[in-house]
Write a protein of this length. Structure first.
Lengths: 384, 368
């Protein structure tokens, strides 16, 4: 009997050994397949979903200085079904935490994204900070397949592109998170960047430019890169980019680099009618002058500012007009702003906001300020 | 054995961690969308008078815990029946909290580990600390509170770049009705749950001020929860917030400092565990103490292990799934908890006041 208390701790220690080693779900890195990105298509023949995964190949060996990739494609009824069935092809469980891009084909987008997006935001193996794209080509997988010609992991390259998008502002950067957020908020329509294959001199490259417009979760239209930039202006999403400005004869001459831009949207109720004032203020630097005629003196700088502001105003206005008349889609989030600042008015219009938006009176006012002219103070002078 | 007394600082730590325990990861009830922070302030304001009632009980019965009071005031039989109710409440609350943790680890952290494994480990840890005594619990709470507050503040600072202040507009979007309903929700869960601490009033110093402990810990916990709720709201927005089971975890996962400091939600989950550990331990202590008082045991220590195992087991089968858990926490609990948190203590207080008044009346009569 005296032995018992001494044996008990020993017994406990032995019992704890298997529990404390932390090997319950132990997985070695070579037992998983790391997913870099996926493309989701509709399989033409039988209306099933086709999922193509681009995976990092970690068994590259020492002689390669860059990680390889592997492609895998499978059709099925639901996304999760396909994801699990892929194990039968890789023999390893897919690891999703490092995935960076999801590309939807236009067909999938037009039929509604809720069906395909839900798994990704719900499942615990995935992370919601992955970028989403809509393919401008017939299928989504051919974009991922470009990796065989560019020899890089396409999804990681796309993610890098999205990170640098702030220097061009020709496409919105949309994480799956923002997308779902937009779907859930009333008075806001979602957008997603468009991705296409750019072919020149036989060289194929992926190109992200423009955006797809959604109504609810269904894609209804496209904007090109320039329109997308104006859209970003209209919703205070500009972080950088270039404004090309004509000279007084209408020839593109000046480039203004956008340093910072702010858009203020003010909803007003006048005589029971809703009015929206959009004001943009853009700070720029003059970075290119394609003429030898001097711009010396304050006069001309302010003339450039004036002309740039006018052009920007007109472009934004025509884009808003287009959205109002063609698509009835409030991609600018103006409904949300009205909701926040005029809750009483919003209660009246919220149920038929799309129609209300189409009739809405929106005035645009743009101001461009040139703060600097980079390294040189005047244009290149022609000597004799 | 000697009587355990813990100083005010430690009991404040215990109660603060107890209050914020589940709210840290479950969030507060959020039917009112972007006005839930208003509801929280109301709930704190409502909780303070209740705390004063609890404190008054400590003044009337110094050195006694809830069970002693019940038996003293309502007599041996009725007092014991009410005590049994409180034992159930403490047990049940402990199980709910354990289950929250179980669901949390099953959903986000350890997806293929059976839920009972982490719950059992935490449960056994709580058994250990309760067996070691309230003094140990008090000291560990003091240390853990420092740690928890530090982590919360750091995370708060790191999430500032993700704040979108327009999520707060328009103020009172959903109307007063939902705000009031949320006030009730936040009042019963988590603030008035502190009624459990009444069962451990015997560890407060006899002459010490219970008001200081209860009111200040309500305030501190209120500020912490308010801060966490506001952060979740500002980062996630009211629409998404309502669809998440564990909003804090998701909000932290949004942190991205220069593509360098990312994916820190796993580390932040540690504070959920520390707060939960204190909460379950206190529930376990109060339940065991109650059993000891009702059955006149010489020490509560002899029933801690049994109660702890029952608590873990109850946590395993108390809900069918996470949907049921959420429904219970936000819709049923605020009605279920009211008698324990408000009705019985208030009746106890009124009766005790009458008794005390009569006694003093008799005393003055005898003096004359």
């Amino acid at each position: 009997m005296k032995e018992a208390p001494r044996l008990l701790p020993l017994l406990l220690c032995i019992m704890m050994l298997p529990c404390l080693s932390g090997c319950w779900n132990y997985t070695e890195v070579d037992d998983i397949s790391i997913v870099a990105g996926v493309a989701i298509d509709k399989d033409g023949a039988n209306e099933k979903i086709q999922l193509t995964a681009e995976m990092v190949d970690i068994q590259g060996g020492l002689d390669q200085n860059q990680a390889g990739f592997k492609m895998l494609s499978l059709t099925g009824n639901t996304i999760f079904d396909i994801v699990r069935n892929m194990i039968s092809m890789t023999g390893r469980k897919l690891f999703w935490s490092h995935a960076k891009a999801i590309i939807f084909s236009e067909k999938v987008a037009r039929e509604g994204l809720i069906r395909t997006v839900d798994w990704y935001s719900r499942d615990t193996e995935t992370r919601s900070d992955v970028f989403i794209f809509v393919s401008d080509e017939p299928t989504a997988r051919e974009i991922l397949n470009l990796n065989s010609t560019t020899k890089t992991i396409m999804s990681f390259e796309l993610a890098q592109m999205m990170r640098d998008e702030k220097y061009t502002s020709s496409a919105p950067t949309v994480e799956i998170w923002d997308f779902i957020d937009k779907l859930e908020t009333l008075g806001n329509h979602a957008v997603a960047p468009l991705i296409s294959i750019h072919e020149q001199n036989g060289q194929k490259n992926e190109r992200v430019s423009g955006c797809a417009i959604f109504s609810k979760d269904k894609m209804i239209g496209k904007l090109n890169g320039k329109e997308t930039k104006n859209m970003l202006f209209a919703k205070d999403g500009i972080k950088g980019g270039v404004l090309a400005v004509n000279d007084k004869n209408g020839v593109p001459t000046y480039s203004l680099e956008i340093l910072s831009s702010r858009t203020k949207v003010k909803p007003k109720v006048v005589d029971g009618k809703l009015l929206l004032q959009v004001r943009t203020v853009t700070h720029t630097g003059l970075d290119e002058v394609m003429t030898s005629e001097s711009f010396s003196g304050y006069e001309t700088i302010s003339a450039i500012e004036e002309r740039a502001g006018q052009a920007l105003k007109q472009e934004i206005q025509s884009l808003i007009r287009k959205m109002q008349q063609e698509y009835h889609a409030d991609i600018f989030g103006y409904g949300e702003i009205i909701h926040e600042h005029q809750p009483k008015m919003w209660a009246k219009v919220r149920d038929h906001w799309d129609d209300e938006f189409a009739k809405l009176d929106i005035t645009v006012d743009s101001k461009v300020i040139i703060e600097s002219s980079a390294k040189t103070s005047r244009s290149i002078k022609l000597g004799d | 054995m000697s009587k355990e007394i813990i100083p005010a600082g430690q009991s404040i730590s215990i109660t603060v961690l107890f209050i914020i325990g589940t709210s840290l990861f479950m969030g507060s009830s959020g039917q009112s969308g972007n006005s839930s922070w208003i509801a929280l302030i109301f709930a704190v304001a409502l909780a303070v008078p209740l705390m004063l009632i609890y404190t008054r009980l400590h003044v009337l019965f110094p050195g006694k815990d809830l069970y002693d009071m019940l038996i003293l005031v309502f007599g041996a039989v009725a007092g014991r029946v009410l005590s049994c109710l409180y034992i159930w409440y403490a047990m049940h609350l402990g199980s709910l909290v354990l289950r929250n943790f179980g669901e949390f680890s099953k959903t986000v952290a350890l997806t293929s580990t059976p839920m009972v494994a982490p719950m059992l480990v935490i449960g056994l840890l709580c058994v250990w600390v309760v067996k070691a005594g309230m003094e140990v619990l008090g000291r560990s709470a003091k240390f853990l509170l420092l740690f928890t507050v530090m982590v919360i503040v750091v995370i708060e600072l790191l999430s500032i770049p993700k704040y979108q202040f327009h999520h707060l507009l328009p103020v009172l979007d959903s109307g007063w009705k939902l705000v009031l309903s949320d006030t009730m929700g936040s009042f019963t869960f988590p603030f008035a749950e502190i009624v459990v601490f009444l069962g451990a009033f015997n560890v407060l110093p006899k002459k010490g001020s219970a008001a200081k402990v209860l009111v200040s810990s309500t305030m501190i916990a209120g500020v912490i929860i308010l801060q966490v709720t506001l952060r979740n709201l500002l980062v996630l927005g009211p629409d998404i917030l309502s669809s998440l089971y564990f909003p804090s975890y998701v909000a932290v996962s949004r942190i991205n400092i220069g593509d360098f400091l990312t994916r820190i939600e796993g580390s932040s989950a540690i504070i959920f565990v520390t707060a939960l550990f204190i909460k379950v331990s206190l529930c376990l202590y109060v339940a065991s103490n109650g059993v000891a008082k009702v059955f006149k045991l010489s020490s509560y220590r002899s029933v801690v292990l049994q109660m702890g195992l029952i608590m873990v087991y109850l946590a395993v089968f108390i809900y069918k799934d996470i949907m049921q858990m959420q429904y219970f926490a936000y819709h049923i609990y605020k009605i279920y908890a009211l008698p324990f948190q408000v009705a019985i203590p208030v009746i106890l207080w009124v009766t005790a006041e009458i008794l005390a008044w009569r006694r003093s009346g008799k005393k003055t009569a005898a003096q004359q």
